[in-house]
Write a protein of this length. Structure first.
Length: 197
């Protein structure tokens, strides 16, 4: 059974409002959903979306009040999603790690532990408080994911890579030049590793 869940996702020049998610139900549950949707004069996908929305509003999650915009230690899952949501998955990840770190996967925990313990990922915000250097996280995101997914997180190797790129970011070059620099530098790194092995 396919269910449409509304999210914002760009498709060409248009902004698609839904994404299709395939979900399996046993015949009894499928029949139950059909009856429930008839009762509310909805489609099955609309009913499931409504039920999910109600669930999100009813479940309470522990959060860090220092990062929560509501300055509270508990939020409904719906309120949490409102605080976390951004079209950029890296922004969502950083917000989740700060606001509700218990919801991180093991791989995300590895990435966050590295970011949190590596000085060059932290910059001073306009208010003087330390904040995450999103630009650096975005640039290294595929590297961070690869290290975490391999199961062998080489902190020293990643730290070496990170510190070189931080200098380029500090020079305030454009994102395009930064990407070009990083790709060229990564090629050099890979070539050097190959020659040493």
């Amino acid at each position: 059974m396919k269910i449409k869940i509304p999210i914002e996702r760009k498709k060409g020049n248009r902004l698609a409002r839904t994404e299709t998610v395939q979900v399996r139900f046993d015949p009894r549950m499928r029949y139950s959903l059909e009856l429930a949707s008839r009762l509310q004069r909805r489609s099955v996908s609309s009913f499931v979306e409504c039920a999910a929305d109600a669930y999100l509003a009813s479940v309470v999650v522990d959060v860090d009040p220092a990062f929560s915009s509501r300055s509270t230690s508990e939020l409904s899952l719906k309120q949490l999603v409102d605080q976390l949501w951004d079209v950029d998955e890296i922004v969502r990840f950083v917000r989740l790690a700060q606001i509700a770190p218990k919801l991180l996967t093991y791989e995300e925990e590895l990435i966050w532990r590295f970011i949190a313990s590596t000085a060059c990922f932290w910059i001073r915000g306009e208010d003087g408080e330390p904040s995450i250097n999103i630009k650096l996280v975005r640039l290294l995101w595929s590297e961070l994911l690869a290290f975490a997914n391999n199961g062998s997180f080489d902190f020293q190797e990643l730290t070496d890579k990170t510190e070189v790129i931080t200098q380029a970011i500090a020079a305030d070059v454009s994102d395009q030049k930064l990407q070009t620099f990083y790709k060229a530098w990564l090629d050099l790194w890979t070539t050097d590793e190959t020659s040493n092995s």
